[in-house]
Design a protein around this ligand. Structure first.
Ligand code: GDG
Length: 480
């Protein structure tokens, strides 16, 4: 491993490391790359530039020395139980998350959570300041670390700092509720380039800067009193399109898709939802819409089934426990009232699965149902499209998911409108094969042309433009 301090030309700072600890047969800890688009996107450029990734490895007080994994240097930050409660479950997931998602749940404001958020952000910034080489590029990720750009710039003005927000950035009317609104805006303004999923998020941010902090702005630029310029721009994130398509073409996945349909009783229509179990995702509403169609006799359990995978998430946060109970109750009631022996209306799985199984589910589904109330992007919708190399399948997509801006040919719905959702489910299920193919082909082209490698390249290119490299240029390795 190269010497750590002051040596990395590229540093990624994210809440989580891209690996998870697993226990090997002999009881020792092994690290496994966690599935996710971000690591796929950044791995090639990390390798080419001997990049370093700073993040929390998960767990309490897991104090591990930096280590090499698959050509990347990983630098763990330990969090105490108190910090997990205050910084992570509290301020990140019970204050910022609901506030930035249009108040789908009520955000809680607690001063101790904020203090913990500041402390942990400072620790991440200090670590990055220690590790980065002179004039290096540091790319900070997401809502848990919004203060890092400013804290890092104070320590290391030589660095080029990028920030990307994976979740929506709310309109000023909502953001203004935050007692610490000014600190967060100033935190972000420490970056040279601030990336958002959609142009609307970038515009919300620039407007807030003008209104609340009084800096001069012009279009996507903010002019700071010290002469620095910050750009706020949209970079819609994407997926490893080719990787998903290749996986979906393997014999193993195709056989598994057929056996899933068989296990479901070879119904005419398989509806599918795959989400983290999160109140932003609109799981309850979509299952209700489906169950009403069964109740009304528009669909029946002999020919239709809804498979809902809900991956366990943030189980210590109260709102998530409540949601889980609500969905358990709904599924129980629907299946009890409407199912028959061997034919439940909803096949509900509260579990997480390997990537191969995800691809097989996408292949097995006739109608993919993605109905968040608000979502930064939603990668599941793009993954479904990538797996449909046969141009088959139909996508029902909330207009409030970031991906709706690109996936124009989906059956778009307002998830608050139950009747509208019911109509869209019926339209998508009953559409002519030619109509489905035309839509799917167009969406596949869109995602193919804008994959996650293109996303990472365009962000780093734009960073070069806003703040030209004054040290070593990053080695470009990404092909897209
Ligand atoms: C945030 C933003 C934005 C899910 N269950 C399993 C599994 N997954 C994978 C999916 C997909 C990812 O997790 C979920 O990504 P989403 O984009 O749908 O949603 P968030 O987790 O809320 O992500 C979102 C994203 O960041 C990126 O910027 O799009 O708006 O909220 O890739 O496939 N993967 C495996 N097993 C599972 O059971 N292997």
């Amino acid at each position: 491993m190269p010497p750590l301090n002051g040596s990395a030309d590229l540093v990624i700072v994210a809440n989580r490391l891209p690996v998870e600890p697993t226990t090997a047969a002999d009881g020792s800890t092994e690290w496994r790359v966690s599935p996710g688009g971000l690591v796929t996107a950044l791995e090639p450029i990390m390798r080419a530039n001997e990049g370093l990734w700073i993040g929390w490895p998960g767990g309490t007080d897991v104090d591990v020395e930096p280590f090499e994994h698959d050509g990347m240097t990983l630098d763990p930050i330990a969090l105490s139980a108190e910090e997990i409660g205050g910084f992570y479950e509290g301020f990140s997931n019970a204050t910022i998350w609901p506030l930035y998602h249009d108040l789908v749940a009520k955000p809680e404001f607690h001063r101790e959570w904020w203090d913990s958020y500041v402390d942990v952000n400072r620790r991440f910034a200090e670590r990055a300041a220690d590790r980065a080489a002179k004039n290096a590029t540091v790319w900070v990720q997401d809502y848990q670390l919004q203060l890092v750009p400013q804290l890092l710039r104070e320590l290391r003005p030589d660095l080029r700092i990028g920030f990307f927000l994976h979740i929506p950035f709310p309109p000023a009317e909502l953001f203004q509720q935050l007692p610490w609104r000014r600190q967060l805006i100033e935190g972000l303004l420490g970056a040279d380039l601030i990336g958002f999923q959609l142009p609307g998020g970038a515009a919300n941010f620039v407007r807030l800067v003008r209104q609340r902090v009084g800096h001069k702005t012009h279009r996507d630029l903010v002019y700071l009193p010290d002469g620095r310029t910050v750009r706020a721009e949209a970079f819609p994130i994407s997926i490893d399109y080719q990787g998903f398509e290749e996986l979906a073409r393997t014999d193993g996945v195709q056989e598994r898709a057929a056996s899933i349909r068989h296990a479901l009783g070879d119904p005419q229509t398989v509806f599918l939802g795959i989400d983290r179990l999160d109140y932003t995702k609109g799981i309850y509403a979509r299952l209700r819409a489906f169950s009403e169609l069964i109740r009304d006799g528009e669909l029946d359990v002999d020919s239709s089934v809804f498979v809902q995978v809900a991956t366990p998430s943030r189980e210590k946060v109260e709102e998530y426990r409540v949601l889980r109970d609500e969905i358990d109750r709904l599924v129980g009631r629907v299946n009890g009232d409407l199912g028959r022996i061997g034919r439940p209306a909803i096949s509900y799985l509260h579990s997480s699965y390997p990537r191969e199984e995800m691809a097989a589910l996408y292949r097995a589904a006739d109608v993919m149902v993605v109905t968040p109330y608000r979502d930064g992007m939603n990668l599941v919708a793009k993954e479904y499209v990538a797996c449909r190399w046969d141009d088959g399948g139909a996508l029902v997509l909330s207009e409030f998911a970031g991906s709706a801006a690109e996936l124009r040919q989906a059956w778009q719905v307002n998830p608050y409108d139950l009747n509208g959702m019911k109509a869209a489910l019926m339209d998508a299920a009953g559409a002519e094969p030619r109509d489905r193919q035309r839509r799917m082909r167009a969406m596949r082209k869109t995602v193919r042309q804008a994959d996650v490698a293109a996303w990472a390249t365009s962000f780093l290119d734009e960073l070069d433009d806003v703040r030209p490299p004054h040290g070593k240029r990053l080695k470009p390795t990404l092909t897209s």
